[in-house]
Ligand binder design. Structure first.
Ligand SMILES: [Zn+2]
Length: 64
């Protein structure tokens, strides 16, 4: 079957965190403080599962 070239490119995309709603660098998207951990990157003694401990999530602002 025909291979879609974009499949290979997709594998090069940065891994999104569970809380991300858009890819980093996407026009209209921006980083926001993670609402789950309030930007601390941690929930108690463990890394926040929403932002993977970064304290930030990428949200789409353009309303896509
Ligand atoms: Zn978080």
């Amino acid at each position: 079957m025909t291979k879609n070239p974009s499949d290979h490119a997709a594998s090069d995309q940065p891994k999104l965190n569970p809380g991300d709603q858009a890819e980093p660098g996407t026009p209209g998207a921006g980083e926001n403080i993670c609402p789950e951990c309030k930007g601390s990157g941690r929930i108690g003694a463990t890394a926040c599962p929403i932002c993977s401990g970064t304290g930030k999530v990428v949200e789409g602002i353009g309303g896509a």
